[in-house]
Design a protein around this ligand. Structure first.
Ligand code: HEM
Length: 481
């Protein structure tokens, strides 16, 4: 049985930009109109802005996959995120991006992700202990809980340290400030406002929040980096030929923790034989912290909202986990058997893709369909629209994880499903995210039952990720036995 979960109702017709700015400013999703969900390509022209929205599979594949180097990342997000992420892989382009991607690929390949499974499970167990300490049938903000557990997973898998105590509080506070401010900083970039009119107070507050987050991260990375550099210097002293030839005489890490930071420390630029500098490492770890927990927290929160409103599906998930894992600790191999759990997460990513849209630039003029795109146009590819497109999905607004069990959804998945983007800039952490989501959902449905509250209906809004304006609160019941 399927149901239609909350989503902003599309406007009947296209609204004027002034009306949108005055009344629908809180979220870009509120300004979409019915044709946005049917069109192949659309356009918006304002002073300083030529924006093209691309929904048709042939076109988004052209931009993201077939001709990706001709469509670099737009400066829009990079500008707002720069104080936190510096020049990280998420925002760079060209040779700088390629170097970073080549160096980081190994840290996220299948074997490495499997390797950090135990660290992920420690964080899932800590979440279970937090929930166990709550009274039964308590009303709980699961969005906060999912933010906590996913940030904890990033800390444990990257830095081998749990996110606890004062550091956790500082990071949480600073990160929510940073996230609230980001949309305000993006607006002036989209519309190319003169510098004078940029919201400098917001920019200053955003820089302060970013500095605080980076300060906590630097405190963890500095000792590890320095110990690694000392080991490397001593290896160079004993084997100078190998080191100076730029051979990966790694790991210099042999006695340190075996986590993602250790593989980033050891990462070697294949072209030059150099490693990441300390600043580059902090940029990448800050980016992994942001990209790695904000997205997963958003999707997991929506998953819980969805299954709370689909009790039959939730019960089947519980039965599946019990059949595969019983009361034993959930193992890496057992995740493969959790088909319904995976399909629930897949369907959540369709309905509430954490990255609701991404932007690309056109350095040179282009032709697409019947349109001429001038140089410096903005191309927007929106999973939010494509995943609910009337031509590519049956019952596009319904929650139905069983749609993936048969052949019917195969074409839709191929042509109209891109929660992790596609092509060379596809999310490097997709396998990591899918593994962690299956583990967390399995841990939760095995032990608890989630129910909606009559007094609370979440309101989806587009911020850095797709979140609920008023949080996601559910009743959490402990299962008997
Ligand atoms: C459900 C969870 C996640 C979703 C939906 C997601 C989605 C995405 C999307 C759509 C992009 C491409 C953005 C664009 O092209 O503009 C992206 C890029 C990226 N993601 Fe994820 N992500 C998730 C989790 C993670 C995790 C767990 C990590 C790391 C721990 C991660 C690391 C990255 C990185 C490093 C990039 C940039 C890749 C590049 O540009 O080469 N993501 N992600």
């Amino acid at each position: 049985m399927s149901f239609c979960p909350v989503h902003p109702k599309p406007l009947k017709t296209k609204a004027s930009f002034l009306w949108m700015y005055l009344f629908k400013r809180r979220s870009w999703m509120d300004g979409l109109f019915e044709r946005s969900y049917r069109m192949k390509m659309g356009e918006v022209h304002l002073p300083g802005l030529d924006l093209y929205m691309v929904n048709e599979p042939r076109l988004w594949k052209q931009v993201l996959v077939d001709e990706a180097p001709d469509f670099p990342k737009h400066e829009l997000l990079g500008h707002a995120l720069e104080p936190l992420l510096g020049e990280s892989i998420f925002t760079t382009n060209g040779a700088q991006w390629q170097r970073q991607r080549d160096m980081m690929e190994k840290s996220f390949e299948a074997a490495r992700i499997k390797h950090v499974f135990g660290l992920m499970r420690d964080a899932a167990d800590a979440m279970r202990d937090r929930l166990d300490a709550l009274p039964d049938a308590v009303e709980h903000d699961v969005e906060l809980e999912m933010t906590h557990v996913t940030a904890d997973i990033i800390f444990r898998t990257i830095l081998s340290t749990p996110l606890e105590g004062e550091d956790a509080q500082r990071i949480f506070r600073a990160f929510s400030r940073f996230q609230e401010l980001a949309p305000k900083l993006i607006m002036p970039v989209i519309f190319r406002w003169p510098r004078l009119f940029h919201p400098w107070l917001a920019a200053r507050a955003s820089k302060a929040a970013a500095k605080e987050i980076r300060g906590v991260l630097e405190g963890f990375i500095r000792p590890r980096h320095d110990a690694w550099a000392a080991a490397r210097a001593s290896a160079q002293a004993t084997a100078p030929a190998a080191a100076s030839a730029g051979k990966p005489a790694c790991p210099f890490n042999a006695d340190g923790p075996d986590d993602i930071l250790s593989s980033l420390l050891d990462a070697v630029d294949p072209a030059t034989g150099t490693h990441f500098s300390f600043k580059e490492l902090v940029d990448q770890v800050a980016m992994l912290f942001l990209a790695g927990h904000e997205t997963s927290a958003s999707a997991l929160s929506w998953s819980l909202y969805l299954i709370a409103n689909a009790p039959d599906i939730q019960q089947r998930m519980h039965d599946e986990v019990m059949a595969e894992c019983g009361d034993r600790p959930i193992g890496f191999a057992e995740l493969r058997g959790l088909e319904l759990v995976r399909n629930v997460f897949r369907e959540t990513l369709r309905l509430y893709p954490p990255v609701g849209f991404f932007a690309r630039a056109t350095p040179a003029p282009r032709r697409m369909r019947d349109k001429h795109l001038p140089a410096d146009s903005t191309i927007v590819i929106a999973p939010w629209l494509i995943h609910r497109h009337r031509d590519y999905w049956e019952r596009p607004d319904d929650f139905d994880p069983d749609r993936y069990a048969g052949e019917a959804a195969r074409e839709s998945l191929k042509n109209a499903y891109l929660p992790f983007s596609a092509g060379p800039r596809v999310c490097i952490g997709a396998a990591f995210a899918l593994q962690e989501a299956a583990l967390i959902l399995a841990t939760l449905v095995r032990r608890y039952r989630f129910e909606p509250l009559a007094s609370h209906v979440p309101e989806p809004v587009g911020r850095l990720t797709i979140r609920s304006e008023n949080g996601i609160r559910l009743a959490v019941h402990k299962r008997a036995g």
